[in-house]
Design a protein around this ligand. Structure first.
Ligand SMILES: Nc1ncnc2c1ncn2[C@@H]1O[C@H](COP(=O)(O)OP(=O)(O)OP(=O)(O)O)[C@@H](O)[C@H]1O
Ligand SMILES: Nc1nc2c(c(=O)[nH]1)N=C(CO)CN2
Length: 166
């Protein structure tokens, strides 16, 4: 048994539909909490459309590699298209952190699966939705998510806006 935090993002096609389909599939996997959808400006060096992002926390019978495989499955099911690193995509699912059955965070330097995710601490589109579902969340090695959010540029945090359920 392990607990995983997944970050989901979409900025091509039916963004909301794609995320809702992925979140519904994850709910069947053992969802603990899911953030709902957030409108977010594109992060990184590539000019591209705005994203919808969400964070899901799950308990399940997978190890870290199993969660990455699940993430890739969901991306494939969404017909993921992506050529450019940090570029536009129909669905991106990142593994933010995994807590093993012993309660300890999984740590890995493997480029195929780096844990905790090496850029999560600087991404408002991950931290803000995560904090919304878990006020006590902690990113191993980086500290409390609420402190990480407080350390971000205010404008970046304010630009991550919960999208109304409709
Ligand atoms: N924690 C992780 N979660 C998801 N993928 C990871 C992780 N660590 C390493 N990877 C590897 O990164 C590869 C590229 O992933 P992807 O194309 O989604 O990167 P990206 O979304 O453009 O960038 P970023 O990783 O900064 O979000 C994947 O094939 C995967 O093996
Ligand atoms: N707002 C936002 N920006 C991004 C995202 C994302 O999910 N949301 N994913 C990226 C892929 O690395 C690059 N930039």
């Amino acid at each position: 048994m392990s607990r995983v935090v997944l970050s989901l993002g979409a900025n091509l096609g039916d963004r909301a539909g794609t995320l809702r389909t992925a979140l519904a599939a994850l709910a069947a996997d053992g969802e603990v909490a899911s953030s709902g959808l957030y409108e977010t400006p594109p992060w990184g060096p590539v000019e591209q459309p705005p994203y919808l992002n969400a964070v899901a926390v799950l308990d399940g019978n997978r190890d870290a590699a199993g969660w990455l495989a699940r993430a890739h499955e969901l991306e494939q099911a969404a017909g993921r298209t992506r050529e450019v690193r940090w570029g536009a995509r129909t669905l991106d699912v990142d593994v933010v952190t995994v807590q093993g059955a012993d309660g300890r965070p999984v740590r890995s330097d493997d480029p195929e699966l780096t844990l905790p995710h090496p850029r999560a601490h600087e991404r408002a589109f991950v931290l803000v939705p995560w904090l919304a579902v878990d006020a006590d969340a902690e990113l191993p090695g980086r500290g409390r998510v609420r402190d990480l959010v407080a350390a971000l540029d205010r404008a970046e945090v304010d630009a991550v806006v919960r999208r109304d359920e409709r």
